[in-house]
Design a protein around this ligand. Structure first.
Ligand code: FAD
Ligand code: DLZ
Ligand code: SF4
Length: 513
């Protein structure tokens, strides 16, 4: 007798072409989607993140039904809900008399470990498919790392450009003659005369409104506001958000990729990561459209190459690192940092305007852009010596696009250098000078970015030098830090001492600033 499969679809697998769905087409199977407490609480996710996932799951169930699938959907408030994905798979097998499980590999290691125990626990054959939404499988990435002493995203990215014929000239070289246009992409925003595109906002429909009420009741106490929820929760609307980005923001995306401005979280960013990571948008489609925009003259090459590098380069590379080095990667703490996460990360109560603005954006929208995450909250946690696991937990909770496979290497590796330089060749440590150059935050700050010591001095300034001094045994031989170490050595010893003392004071009590 042919197998009748259960096809569990997790909350970030909402793609009709998902491998397990494509391969089970025509089989007499049942698709299972389940809202479960364990997934909603293994990190205390921002309510907007939970609402986005549940609402998108409910809409996806409708989409699949419309496409002829038999779908079993378990809501969070179903009285028989066991609260775990394993428990719901077990119940669904019994409910429908199914005799196999066909599942696409999950995005997180802990869930992959659970699925590894399903055959024994549930007593059926379990077929796990590779997630074909990514360009590079975990196995291919591991192979790529095998003979390399040092991993470089740039090498990986160029290889993928060639392999998938992305942004190449007729002779197979990089379009425009260069693989990377990053040097053109570091402009601060001009003070006047630049109109920002309006962010695409979506009014919740009845399905999403039901979810918002449920999430408010069950998870309203988590960090974050649900009030301004305006995310797309259907594929159609996610595609509208995509089209909006291509029409209004892509042309300036490259130029102002690293810029920050008070009260303006969206700027020229795509804000598509939540949809990509859920499966409402597909990376290959975005890359094709971006290249077509350049070839059609709708966007310049520095913007298009920069955008494509994020998706084809960084996103794939980050995922590769995650699967290659987990589970020990999550334990790494190469700089031996053990300070607790300052309370200001949850309250937003701080005199440091850059941190306050970034945390307010995060609270209001479950989103902040890359430079805010890297150079404000990430940089501060690095300089203040915060325990990497505590920082990673914060990032996993607060962003609508956060799943461990992408959050962890970005936070632990890129922002905190806690992997000892696997992901980046030097820590992204910076003083207030960088934040001042790239934003208007310092203007509205109670601290002076021009000062490094004294009660009104920008805390980032002393922290930066303090970081270099205290990490000298580990970082002193890093060639890319040779210049700041030379500058440090040229300082008068009294100044070094004053910087060190202020740095010590900020590390001891960051919430006092
Ligand atoms: P764009 O700049 O427009 O880039 C286009 C797409 O490329 C994004 O939608 C995203 O899918 C992908 N991308 C860009 N940069 C990265 C990157 N560094 N790693 C992986 N994919 C990337 N991104 C997440 O998706 N989830 C996270 O949990 C997450 N946590 C982060 C934590 C820290 C400390 C840092 C520094 C970065 C983190 N990022 C994370 C990466 C990046 O900040 C977001 O992907 C980006 O801000 C999303 O906004 P966007 O769609 O406008 O991106
Ligand atoms: C993040 C999340 C949340 C909040 N809730 C659910 C859920 O109820 N059901 C589900 O299938 N998935 C959920 N997810 C997404 C999973 O946590 C995600 O599939 C794994 O973390 C792997 O990336
Ligand atoms: Fe941030 Fe320092 Fe600028 Fe204040 S002065 S906004 S703390 S960088």
């Amino acid at each position: 007798m042919p197998m009748r499969p259960l096809i569990p679809i997790f909350g970030d697998q909402l793609t009709p072409t998902l491998a397990s769905l494509a391969d089970c087409r025509g089989a007499d199977g049942v698709v299972l989607l389940a809202e479960v407490d364990a997934e909603a609480t293994y990190a205390r996710h921002h309510p907007q993140k939970i609402a986005l996932i549940f609402a998108a799951m409910r809409h996806f169930a409708e989409e699949l039904r419309g496409d002829g699938w038999r779908v079993d959907y378990v809501t969070l408030d179903d009285p028989d809900n066991t609260g775990t994905l394993t428990g719901e798979a077990e119940r669904a097998l019994a409910r429908h008399g199914l005799d196999a499980i066909h599942v696409t590999e999950p995005g997180e290691w802990r869930l992959a470990r659970d699925i590894g125990g399903w055959t024994e626990r549930l007593g059926v054959a379990v077929h796990v498919y590779t997630d074909r939404r990514f360009f590079v499988s975990a196995g291919q990435f591991a192979e790529w790392t095998r003979h390399r002493r040092r991993l470089r995203m740039e090498d990986f990215y160029r290889q993928l450009r060639r392999r998938h014929t992305v942004l190449l000239d007729a002779d197979g070289g990089p379009a425009g003659g260069s693989w990377n246009y990053d040097r053109e992409n570091r402009k601060p925003l001009p003070r006047t005369g630049l109109a920002l595109p309006p962010p695409p906002r979506f009014t919740p429909d009845a399905i999403t409104r039901d979810v918002l009420a449920l999430v408010q009741a069950r998870f309203g106490h988590h960090f974050g506001s649900l009030d301004g929820f305006a995310w797309a929760t259907t594929r159609r609307d996610a595609e509208r958000a995509r089209d909006h980005f291509f029409a209004h923001a892509l042309p300036s995306f490259g130029d102002y990729q690293d810029a920050m401005r008070s009260g303006e979280p969206w700027l020229f960013h795509a804000v598509l990561s939540p949809y990509l990571n859920l499966g409402l948008l597909e990376p290959a489609d975005l890359i094709e459209r971006a290249e077509a925009a350049w070839r059609g003259g709708a966007a310049p090459l520095n913007a298009v190459e920069g955008f494509i590098r994020q998706i084809l380069g960084w996103r794939e590379y980050i995922r590769g690192v995650y699967w290659r080095y987990m589970p020990e990667y999550a334990e790494r703490n190469a700089l031996d940092h053990h300070q607790p996460l300052p309370s200001l990360y949850w309250s937003g109560e701080t005199g440091m305007n850059c941190l306050r603005e970034t945390i307010i954006d995060t609270h209001e929208h479950a989103w902040a852009h890359h430079i805010q995450r890297l150079m404000v909250t990430g940089n501060f946690a690095l300089l203040a010596g915060v325990e990497p696991a505590a920082v990673c937990d914060w990032y996993l909770c607060v962003y609508a696009d956060a799943y461990e496979w992408v959050e962890l290497p970005n936070t632990l590796g890129m922002a905190l250098y806690a992997d000892g330089g696997l992901l980046g060749s030097k820590p992204y440590a910076a003083s207030g000078k960088y934040i001042h150059r790239m934003s208007d935050y310092c203007k509205g700050c109670r601290y002076s970015v021009q000062q490094a010591t004294g009660p009104d001095a920008c805390p980032f300034n002393a922290l930066y030098w303090h970081f270099l001094m205290r990490q000298r045994p580990r970082l002193g031989t890093n060639q890319r830090l040779a210049m700041p170490y030379r500058n440090l050595d040229r300082m008068h010893p009294d100044r070094r001492q004053a910087l060190f003392e202020r740095g010590e004071a900020v590390v001891a009590d960051p919430d006092a600033y």
